[in-house]
Design a protein around this ligand. Sequence first.
Ligand code: UN1
Length: 477
Amino acid sequence: MDLHRNLIDGEWVEGEPALNINPSNLDDVVGCYARATKADVEAAISAAKAAFPAWSRSGLLERHAVLRKSADEIFARKDELGRLLAREEGKTRAEAIGEVTRAGQIFDFFAGEALRLAGEAIPSTRPNVSIEITREGVGVVGIITPWNFPIAIPAWKIAPALCYGNTVVFKPADLTPASAWALVDILHRSGLPRGVLNLVMGKGSVVGQTMLDSPDVSAITFTGSAATGKRVATASIEHNRKFQLEMSGKNPLVVLDDADLTVAVECAVNGAFYSTGQRCTASSRLVVTEAIHDRFVAAMAERMKGLVVDDALKVGTHIGPVVDQAQLEQDEQYIAIGRDEGARLAFGGQRLNRATRGFYLQPALFIDATNGMRISREEIFGPVASVIRVKDYDEALAIANDTPFGLSSGICTTSLKHATHFKRNAEAGLVMVNLPTAGIDFHVPFGGRKGSSYGPREQGRYASEFYTSIKTSYTFA
Ligand code: UN1
């Protein structure tokens, strides 16, 4: 089997091989990927540092061309790349093609942004002095991404990093290197000068740690667990480096008595269980008012019976497998914890056998949950949601906000008054009205509050806040 190598200073470099296994079929090896050593990562950082001065001063058309060419190839290959993504990560083929398309759209967007770089001219308080405010690349950006969106999250970090003139050392999740490798290969062939984008695959304890310890990494953007996020933060403060963290969620979806039941059930099923619930934007707390509660639970159980859990590549599959053994064990542990805490399973929660050996889990819906239970406070990151029954809108809002996290907050209602009040008072970075808490557009800011996020927003024009450094120049003439 061919070894997919790391990209360091424009060269493909060998490394210890690691197998990438398909979670829908453990007998299917997706590919063989090289793990980078500490020395490889150090070489990648040096290459990125050396490439920065020229790339940060490169012409707009050069950056535009690389980003646009990459977008074009991603779009042209979306079916093939979607299949690869579904095979390594386990989301359905349709979801995976959607994700690849999103990656293409992100490169397309930042290809446009490269042509719109601008500053400001502001009068000084002093006569004959003019002031210019400009943005420059920050330097070497370390990019650390999770397994659940193996191409979209790398895209929304790499595209703005390159657009604004930074050079990159990219560490994808050890579980899902195939999509990342394919993306880097596309970018490499689209005309990037050597050293501008480096790929170092492998373990966080080696690759990530070497990036954290390097004084030459000027900024780190991280999406992943809260525990690792804390380590990124601590190490970055030590080096006076910019950092951006996107971490956990425990997102509420409020369902009010006046909601359209069909809309509410679709939002809940999509938000809680699609992508196997493995999204930081997943709706894991369904906060439902009294008069609609029983109808909502009955309709959910009915809808969940129809969900096909099977091989991600099979036509007709709605929910693919859990990503790996460790995540499956975590999901099952939380299902046991929920039961012990006194919540009741209204549906699902069983391991399933399919034609191939894989990590199949029936989506689980808890009822009689309270907001104080661990299943309501901790991120499970699987197809598990709990229904919390509340008296009225006021209690629903209070429960929605009573969480250590603040990424996405949803409400299903036909009342303009409650929708408007919720938009103003939800303590979250994203608010969704009659929409699932997950599933975001590619051209607008993304990020959360409280324990979910740290630093400037990702995506859209707002991405420039992280990927640039502001310069204020004064001229007397
Ligand atoms: C989405 O809901 O469309 O890791 C994106 C995550 C988020 C991305 C969610 N950073 O789940």
